[in-house]
Design a protein. Structure first.
Length: 674
């Protein structure tokens, strides 16, 4: 049976999942439509999706229509779930972009459009919610053509809008499609149909050189020729059809379903896929087997489930495979196709199919599977670095004990989540693509039996010195028997190196064997500075002289003296507080440039560059980490959700006096409450 794979992508809240339900119902795959609000849809089946009434993962559903198997990949609308969006779009052969008939093109629309561009996806555009008040297909069509780059053209027109929306008219056939069936187009729309049919025909003709020549020679072009050229253009991605629908009322759904079956390229039409070494694989069942893992989930009952897209060949149960990304061999005992949360075991998976493998340990998102006799590796899925971090705190000792295995499962499932224990603050840090992403991650931890709270991470400040200083540290203790004696004089001075230690002792005033103990004492003091108790860096320490006792001197005595001498020297070296700074890269529409720069100035940022690119600008700045704790939400507000950013460490800089006062006061409160 022929196979078509289509990802459905959009801004959040425009009805992707409802549209998926309408397509299933129209095809007869379900007896009645589920509702997002009720948690009864096929594709939104996880506990988080039912609780929040929006998609957080890519749901896979399958239907049969007209002798063709159509697999729909319902991707999330929120950009926080970028791994799901990119994985779902790349695993398909075409993308259905859904746009609101009321709101038009939104920031999420632009993002998924750019992702479809990145993967060279042919596209269809459905203008949904035509039954809503203030729905305006023609305004949205103009918005699409002005905002989304590419040859978008209306192929259908709405019959009415809002409460009077009753059907759509096919511009090529001039036939009307309503829930009651197909009929002649309303006579009242004749002029409007011809007005919009002309640019459609022009757009189709421009995609075919033979038709262009016939058009210029004023030869007649039949409707059949036009339709054939239209399908070729849509398959090739040189024409993007736009059609109005109402998923909730199932108006226009059957014509859309037919368009997805006939207007979407098959896997074979994609042509050969190239590996990282230049090898290619033909997308046919008789080619050597290859597939890519585009998603992994940890199911509480089944275990690890790897969602795969078969690019070439045929896979049968027990067949030997190689994970060419990691070099591991495996033999899947069972093969499955997917429909919501249901796995259906099948005897084989062939080129073009989307399926699942279970209970195979070392499989991760982006891995390539191949015939060991014909290995190939495909490009991994490129994902952005996290931009939001929270500190997590287990409720109880039991939660703490279960945290590591639960986080391991979470991170295996979602590579856009990162976790670390900060080496200086000791905070357990969970990082992700946004506040919503982390909220869902915390809920998933709870579902795994681990309850945590979250807070803003502590800033890993450092201390340094601005002047040279010398001091003595003398540790002398006598309490009967052997005492303790260590006497150290040292000098400290600023340096560009993180830390330097030398000895300039002459004459044996301090035996050489005690010099390492002195350095250990200095390092003890370095770990806890004198200003606010933060680690000290960029200091050169030179032991100049001292004294010892033949009986009472020891390693511990000189270690204690070394620490004391360093702390004393710090007092006269004009200590300073250093704050971590990050390099920030912001990409947003150029119209927000002034607001972005003004905002960065309030964050004590140093703007390093502005790089305009068409209607978009990229700003680069160095910003203190403490000023970016809420930047994800703030940027969303500043740019109406159209901005994106990335951050990376950029070192340390001296903190201003008002920050120093605040940090010292906070440190004192923490110490008092400890």
């Amino acid at each position: 049976m022929p196979v078509r794979n289509v990802s459905i992508a959009a801004h959040s809240g425009v009805g992707k999942t409802t549209l998926t339900e309408a397509l299933l119902h129209t095809s007869g795959a379900v007896s009645r439509m589920g509702r997002v609000e009720d948690g009864s849809t096929v594709s939104d089946h996880t506990d988080a999706e039912k609780a929040h009434a929006f998609s957080v993962s890519t749901g896979v559903v399958t239907l049969n229509h007209g002798g063709t198997t159509l697999t729909l990949l319902d991707t999330p609308g929120f950009a926080d779930f970028v791994r799901e969006i990119r994985g779902g779009i790349r695993a398909a052969d075409a993308t259905l972009i859904v746009v609101s008939a009321v709101s038009g093109v939104e920031v999420g629309t632009e993002r998924v459009w750019a992702t479809a561009d990145r993967f060279n996806m042919p596209r269809l555009i459905a203008v949904n919610m035509m039954d809503r008040d203030r729905a305006d297909f023609y305004a949205v069509l103009a918005d699409i053509r002005a905002t989304l780059q590419g040859p978008s053209v209306a192929t259908h027109l709405p019959i009415g809008s809002g409460g009077t929306f009753t059907g759509i008219v096919d511009l090529l056939t001039r036939r009307a499609h309503t829930p009651d069936g197909e009929s002649a187009a309303p006579a009242s729309m004749t002029e409007l149909i011809e007005e919009y049919r002309a640019p459609l025909i022009d757009a189709i003709v421009e995609t075919d050189d033979a038709l262009v020549e016939r058009y210029l020679n004023e030869e007649a072009i039949s409707d059949d020729d036009l339709h054939a050229a239209y399908l070729r253009a849509v398959h090739a991605g040189t024409l993007y059809p736009v059609m109005p629908i109402s998923a909730a009322r199932e108006i226009g759904i059957r014509p859309l379903l037919n368009a997805l079956i006939t207007g979407v390229r098959s896997a074979r039409e994609r042509g050969p896929l190239m590996g990282t070494d230049g090898q290619t694989r033909e997308p046919t069942p008789d080619a050597p087997f290859s597939a890519r893992v585009w998603r992994t989930v940890m199911d509480p009952y089944v275990g690890r489930i790897a969602y795969i897209r078969v690019w070439s060949g045929t896979l049968k149960p027990g067949q030997a495979l190689r994970n060419t990304t990691h070099g591991a061999d495996l033999k899947p005992a069972h093969l499955y196709t997917l429909h919501g949360n249901a796995l259906t075991e099948v005897p084989e998976l062939t080129a073009g199919m989307i399926g699942a493998l279970t209970k195979l340990g070392d499989l991760h998102t982006g891995d390539t599977l191949a015939d060991p006799a014909h290995p190939i590796t495909y490009d991994p899925l490129v994902l952005p670095d996290p931009v939001v971090t929270r500190a997590i705190h287990p409720y109880s000792r039991q939660d703490d004990d279960k945290l590591t295995p639960a986080l391991t499962k979470l991170l295996e499932e979602d590579p856009t989540l990162h976790f670390q224990r900060h080496p200086e603050t000791g905070d357990l840090l969970l990082s992700g693509m946004g506040e919503l992403h982390l909220d869902i991650a915390v809920e998933k931890l709870a579902a795994l039996g681990v309850n945590v709270t979250t807070s803003t991470p502590r800033i890993p400040y450092r201390e340094t010195i601005r002047a040279a200083s010398a001091a003595q540290g003398k540790h002398k203790k006598q309490s009967g028997g052997h005492g303790q004696y260590g006497d150290v004089h040292l000098k400290i001075e600023p340096t560009t190196e993180p830390y330097e230690f030398t000895s300039a002792v002459v004459g044996g005033t301090i035996p050489t064997k005690y010099i390492p103990s002195i350095e250990k004492g200095v390092q003890d003091a370095l770990a806890r500075g004198t200003l606010a108790g933060y680690p000290v860096q960029n200091v050169k320490v030179t032991v100049t002289h001292g004294s010892h006792h033949d009986v009472d001197s020891s390693d511990i005595a000189f270690r204690t003296a070394g620490a004391l001498a360093f702390r004393n020297a710090m007092q006269g070296a004009r200590p300073a507080l250093l704050e971590p700074v990050l390099q920030l890269r912001v990409r947003a529409p150029a119209q927000y440039t002034g607001d972005l720069i003004s905002d960065l100035q309030t964050r004590r940022a140093r703007v390093q560059g502005m790089d305009p690119e068409g209607t978009v600008i990229t700003l680069t700045a160095v910003v203190p980490q403490s000023e970016l704790q809420t930047y994800s939400a703030d940027l969303r507000s500043l740019t109406a959700g159209r901005g994106a950013f990335s951050i990376k460490p950029h070192g340390y800089q001296e903190a201003p006096a008002h920050i120093v006062e605040k940090v010292i006061a906070q440190r004192q409160r923490e110490t008092a409450n400890a």
